[in-house]
Design a binder for this molecule. Structure first.
Ligand code: BTN
Length: 260
């Protein structure tokens, strides 16, 4: 069980807000950051359940009460606008770092911002910038990690997993949150450091694989191109080598992994 009292002990002195149920922790964190200019980086909003959770590209993020670790972390005064793509990297690397001791090489990042275990989605990361005029006020780093879920009979049955199913042991969300936030703090202080890009790149299971790239993310039936995911650039773009030899770099796309 997540409770405000237990979180208070575990997270002290970090500012946090906990809700049994909210529409989206992203919105609460954004409003909090805007309302309190002194709110320090690392402040976090946590919910047991979201009624309007959102994912990348305006998609829904659905979860049952008690099933996930869902939080939105306020990051500032860094990143600067130049650093925005790196916030997603912070989330991915931090989640991977806390799961690797549990799942070893069964866990990998899937470009751009998913964490997979045994090829199934375990966690998603959503970075959203909050502006006051043309000033970046904060970036809200949202993380949704499936902990104990039953996807049987749903559209997600063959594509998603959760930590308890992947690991086979009970997971305490509060403990997971504490270590996750420590790793986010670590990387947020090093957002401009080449080590962040290197840590993200080395965890990307997408690299070296044959991929199918959909650039129209609103339409699953849209045209796609295929090639080998060769590398990532400094801004997190995926560099794909087409069979024709042409190189393409994509920044916003859905990527399907294909057998070689
Ligand atoms: C994705 O995979 O598309 C990103 C999913 C991000 C979900 C998290 S859950 C906590 C935070 N609140 C939200 O509404 N979304 C993020």
């Amino acid at each position: 069980m997540l409770t405000a009292a237990a979180l208070h002990t575990a997270l002290n002195p970090r500012p946090f807000r906990y809700f049994d149920s909210v529409p989206s922790t992203q919105d609460i964190a954004r409003e909090w950051a805007l309302a309190d200019p002194d709110l320090p980086s690392g402040a976090v909003v946590i919910a047991d359940h979201q009624t309007a959770g959102r994912g990348r590209q305006g998609r829904e993020w659905l979860s049952q009460p008690g099933s996930s670790l869902m939080c939105s972390i306020v990051l500032r005064p860094d990143p600067t606008p130049d650093h925005l793509p790196r916030v997603t990297m912070i989330g991915g690397v931090a989640v991977h770092e806390i799961l690797e001791p549990l799942l070893a090489n069964r866990v990998a990042l899937k470009w751009p911002n998913d964490i997979h275990a045994d090829g199934r989605k375990l966690c998603g990361v959503l970075a959203e910038a909050t502006w006051i005029g043309d000033q970046l006020a904060a970036v809200i780093l949202g993380i949704g990690l499936n902990v104990r879920c039953d996807f049987t009979g749903t559209d997600l049955a063959s594509t998603a997993t959760c930590l308890e199913a992947a690991g086979g042991w009970p997971v305490h969300r509060r403990n997971l949150l504490v270590v996750l936030l420590a790793r986010v703090d670590h990387w947020a202080k090093r957002i401009g450091d080449p080590a962040l890009l290197a840590a993200w790149q080395e965890r990307l299971g997408t690299l070296g694989k044959r991929v199918r790239v959909y650039t129209d993310t609103s339409n699953p039936d849209s045209p796609f191109f295929t090639g080998i995911a060769e590398s990532v650039d400094d801004n997190g773009g995926l560099v794909v080598r087409l069979d024709s030899g042409e190189q393409r770099i994509v920044y916003a796309a859905d990527v399907g992994l294909r057998e070689q």
